[in-house]
Design a protein around this ligand. Structure first.
Ligand code: HEC
Length: 175
């Protein structure tokens, strides 16, 4: 599918994808969303300061992160709700570890809550890993976007909170 301009909001992108899907008459399972683009820099911060994930953590190791959520989902995300609304986009920014402080912005991870039917067995989440220029990271010739088994495999541990771990308590923004 053609990429949408970056100025299109994440929610707009979902609406467009849905319309294209309906127009094409194919099942949502066969589609991939366009990335939310760089609009995420306007998303609300769910973390009060960048936090470091230790080297021996289960994932996202030895990097610094901010978590940002769009308007659709920020209250549910911070409220530890059992589910977040369709259209929620959660971004995890990754910064290099520069001698114990956040260094260069390296990439960002995306979780976008899709319409029911996208991936019904796994909470209908779209996952992606993208470079600062918005291009998906490629791993073993595969573009990191869509229903990525590795991401799903671990986020399934927190299926009870809609596959979201939430920010560490020490940096969680209170609302
Ligand atoms: C082995 C476990 C594991 C794997 C694999 C994993 N994650 Fe995570 N993820 C976590 C944990 C734990 C957190 C909680 C925040 C933290 O520790 O930084 C998290 C947080 C997130 C968040 C913030 C939303 C939340 O859950 O609160 C996003 C976005 C995210 N991960 C995306 C991804 C993507 C995309 C992939 C696949 C490329 C992935 N994750 C793979 C464990 C994992």
């Amino acid at each position: 599918m053609e990429r949408l301009p970056k100025i299109v909001t994440a929610l707009g992108a979902f609406a467009v994808v849905l319309m294209v899907v309906l127009a094409a008459g194919c099942s949502p399972k066969q589609t991939e969303v366009s990335s939310p683009g760089t609009d995420f820099r306007d998303f609300s911060l769910a973390t009060s300061r960048p936090y470091h994930t230790p080297e021996d953590a289960v994932a996202h190791r030895d990097t610094w992160h901010n978590i940002r959520v769009n308007d659709v989902g920020i209250d549910s995300y911070l409220g530890r709700n059992a589910t977040v609304p369709v259209g929620t986009v959660v971004i995890k920014e990754d910064f290099a570890n520069a001698d114990g402080a956040p260094g260069d912005f390296q990439k960002y991870l995306v979780m976008a809550k899709m319409a029911p039917g996208y991936d019904p067995d796994n909470g209908d989440w779209y996952y992606s890993v993208r470079m600062p220029d918005d291009q998906p990271v490629e791993m073993n010739g595969m573009k990191m976007e869509g229903r990525i088994p590795m991401c799903v495999g671990c986020h399934t541990r927190v299926a009870a909170t809609d596959y979201l771990f939430g920010p560490p308590d020490s940096v969680r923004v209170e609302r």
